[in-house]
Design a protein around this ligand. Structure first.
Ligand code: C2E
Ligand code: MG
Ligand code: MG
Ligand code: MG
Length: 285
């Protein structure tokens, strides 16, 4: 009997695994179609300077409106795309679309255009030999000056494979900026700073949250700004949601921030109209 029960459990476990991978492959199959039928688009979230909240740059974030299931978040479909390898063509599309938009902003807005456009690049993309060559080709095709593009990677992506660091160095050599995302949450964030070319540290939201909540991690936020100043890196505080957080970050010396307090990810047209909050209240007054 015990044997039967055990067998039953095993079947249930296998079923659950099957269901999950079936869901993953369904998602990936739908995503493949989405890529060809304009269900995917990019939103852009402001990266601002403090204290004024002026637009400094943007981060491109991919969006998917599934014809039957409605909006599906990137936290759900990017992992599926990574597992199936679909992230390679998907990521190529995202990179080119973001670069084209960056050129459009420069043409339309001149000096008021975002100074930098940040694009997320996943581990799987970075592992593709020749990825840096693809970045160079996109810059060439779109005419975007390399220094306007920032490639955003996570620590795990850089450590993921042998060639990731090589590709990243080749990308940096083009003049493209490198941002390390979710900084401080990985296993050897500080070690990474020795080997990896980096221009920007994005201090993870979990640390930012602790700044006003008296959490233990608040000291990390204070320490990281010192490291960035010493190493000539730009520190960007991620996930800033309140005026209190913004004020405390400024007090600690932060000059760049990104978060719902300043603006949610929005369509490209809304970026052209983006104005810092203080300017809006001056107009209202
Ligand atoms: P990420 O690169 O760390 O991007 C920041 C995420 O935090 C975005 O979620 C953004 O909307 C969210 N966020 C920004 N400010 C706030 C805030 O104040 N509060 C809160 N609660 N959240 C905030 P999103 O767009 O859902 O993206 C999630 C993740 O999916 C990204 O994390 C990134 O790892 C991945 N992703 C998104 N777009 C792309 C893409 O185009 N390519 C790749 N490879 N990955 C992407
Ligand atoms: Mg990221
Ligand atoms: Mg990001
Ligand atoms: Mg992040």
């Amino acid at each position: 009997e015990g044997k039967l029960q055990g067998k039953g459990r095993q079947v249930t476990y296998v079923d659950a695994m099957d269901q999950r991978s079936a869901e993953q492959s369904r998602l990936a199959a739908d995503l493949r179609i989405a890529l060809d039928t304009e269900q995917l688009y990019l939103h852009y979230q402001p990266i601002v300077t403090m204290p004024g909240g002026e637009l400094f740059g943007v981060e491109a974030l991919v969006r998917w409106t599934h014809p039957a299931r409605g909006p599906i978040g990137p936290a759900v479909f990017i992992p599926a795309a990574e597992r199936t390898g679909l992230i390679v063509p998907l990521g190529a599309w995202i990179l080119e679309e973001a670069c084209r938009q960056a050129v459009r902003w420069i043409e339309e807005l001149g000096d008021a255009a975002p100074h930098t456009v940040t694009v997320n690049v996943s581990a799987r993309q970075l592992r593709e030999a020749g990825f840096a060559g693809e970045v160079a080709a996109v810059l060439e095709r779109t005419g975007l000056p390399p220094e306007v593009l920032t490639v955003e990677v996570t620590e795990t992506a850089v450590f993921d494979g042998g060639t990731a660091l090589t590709e990243l160095r080749a990308i940096a050599a083009l003049g493209v900026k490198i941002a390390l995302d979710d900084f401080g949450t990985g296993h050897s964030s500080l070690g990474l700073l020795r080997t990896c070319p980096a221009d920007v540290l994005k201090v993870d939201k979990s640390f930012v949250d602790d700044v006003t909540e008296g959490g233990q991690q608040a000291v990390v936020v204070a320490a990281l700004i010192g490291i960035c100043e010493g190493m000539g890196l730009r520190a960007v505080a991620e996930g800033v949601e309140t005026a209190e957080q913004a004020a405390e970050l400024q007090r600690l010396g932060y000059r760049y921030a990104q978060g719902f307090h300043y603006g949610r990810p929005m369509p490209a047209e809304a970026i052209a109209a983006y104005r810092p909050a203080p300017a809006r209240s001056r107009i209202a007054a």
